[in-house]
Design a protein around this ligand. Structure first.
Ligand code: ADP
Ligand code: MG
Length: 422
């Protein structure tokens, strides 16, 4: 995949109407609807401010949550969830959509920008059309939740065309959504010159750079819960990395595959052969593949469980592996020290429980202290790094959970592929 894409700096935006796809999918308080974390809104500011300063009129859009834009389908889904069909009125459906309005985002964005953000009542309806047509350079309009349109997730060309008709140019800055081929993330680019904003540009430059021509040695640290959710990542990185480090819950499927006893540890029996294949592939390619030699285990999956040190290949029958042990920490942090680039995806243990966060903490600290380029991909890994206070010590923390995984898998991202090549 070509990661070298045109950016907002490569085109003239002055006096143009720019449709800007953002990732305003913010967490909200269930009861009040208040935005509980505005990180994603703040992350969009550099591109928005640049466009406004350059004299563009910005038509911003985003999805928020998972509204069901089809009443019949909504009734079906709610019924499947156990709701009484008689109580499922059209009013209730409309209220469920209203909860996912982008109006609170418009308000917060306006506070952050220090200027009015005009809110449209729809995506491509009469209100959006009128407001987009009247929009002046330096002004910003926010369209309603793109998923209020049935065609959005189907990548309906008609919707994409209608969105494109509002503007002269398309800028994508929603890295968190580029792995989805939706009308607003990919389809629209067929009808307008399409370039990236600063957020996507940084993701492509750093992550794309690390995959295409890494500063070596490239060390990939892979953890998290399941082998099955990381197969693509392991497989792709085996072609690129010099060292692959395995931790987290998936380490026990590897240990079992190698003839170990893993007790009650997380185990995916269907993936034993796959683990052995990966170990063989690593040998063949001359990639160092490190598995944890020792483990902090527990009798139960609980925050109060007493950590017990054991050999990863000999975990007692009544115990489960919860974190990597001290010898493994030593070995893994040593590997990080000599690296040119480190890509990290997936915590080393159940870091949500303080007693089992040591492995993740030690690896995060090693990354924070190394001179290597350090890249964090994956939602939980990014959260762990932030929680441990090392966020500003990393070269790059990807803003997209699912998107960064697919990036590391080497998959083509539809929301990136659709942008103009540089
Ligand atoms: P990411 O979002 O960074 O890609 P994952 O979603 O794959 O990461 O995995 C994160 C989860 O893996 C965390 O919730 C963590 O508690 C869990 N995990 C890590 N180690 C273990 C383990 N030994 N047993 C069970 N779960 C684990
Ligand atoms: Mg996760």
């Amino acid at each position: 995949m070509n990661y070298n894409k045109k950016t907002v700096k490569d085109i003239d935006v002055k006096g143009k109407k720019v449709l800007l796809r953002c990732d305003f999918n913010v967490p909200q308080d269930k009861a009040t609807g208040a935005i509980t974390d505005d990180k994603r809104i703040r992350a969009a500011l550099p591109t928005i401010q640049y466009l406004l300063e350059q004299g563009a009129a910005v038509i911003a859009c985003s999805h928020l949550g998972k509204p069901e834009p089809n009443f019949e389908k909504w009734v079906k889904k709610q019924t499947e969830k156990g709701k009484d069909p008689a109580s499922l009125t059209e009013e209730k459906w409309k209220a469920s959509l209203e909860k996912l309005s982008l109006a609170p985002v418009a308000k917060r964005l306006s506070e952050l920008l220090g200027q009015e953000v005009i809110m449209a009542a729809d995506v491509v309806g009469s209100d959006a059309k009128a407001k987009a047509a009247a929009l002046q350079p330096g002004q910003i309009l926010l369209l309603e939740n793109t998923r209020f349109e049935k065609g959005e997730t189907k990548n309906d060309p008609e919707l994409a065309k209608a969105m494109a008709d509002l503007a002269d140019l398309y800028v994508s800055d929603a890295f968190g959504a580029v792995h989805r081929a939706h009308a607003s993330t990919a389809g629209v680019a067929a009808y307008l010159p399409a370039v990236s904003g600063f957020l996507i540009q940084k993701e492509l430059e750093i992550m794309g750079g690390a995959l295409a021509s890494p500063k070596r040695p490239l060390v990939a640290i892979l953890g998290g819960s399941k082998v099955s959710s990381k197969i693509g990542v392991i497989n792709n990185l085996l072609d690129i990395a010099d060292t692959i480090i395995i931790g987290g819950g998936m380490a026990y499927t590897f240990a079992k595959a190698q003839g170990g006893s893993v007790g009650k540890s997380l185990l995916e029996a269907d993936w034993l052969d796959y683990c052995n294949d990966m170990i063989a592939k690593a040998k063949e390619k001359g990639v160092k593949l490190l598995l944890p030699v020792d483990t902090m285990a527990a009798g139960e999956f609980s925050a109060d469980a007493e950590p017990v040190l054991c050999d990863t290949m000999a975990i007692p029958d009544d115990m489960m592996g919860m974190d990597i042990g001290p010898k493994t920490i030593q070995e893994y942090t040593q590997a990080v020290k000599g690296a040119g680039t480190v890509i990290w995806n997936g915590p080393m243990g159940v870091f949500e429980f303080p007693a089992f966060a040591e492995g993740t903490r030690a690896v995060a600290k090693a990354l924070a202290e190394t001179d290597a380029i350090t890249i964090i991909g994956g939602g939980d890994s990014a959260a762990a790094v932030a929680q441990l206070g090392y966020a500003d010590k990393m070269t790059h923390i990807s803003t997209g959970g699912g998107a960064s995984l697919e990036f590391l898998e080497g998959k083509e991202l539809p929301g990136v592929a659709c942008l103009l090549d540089a």
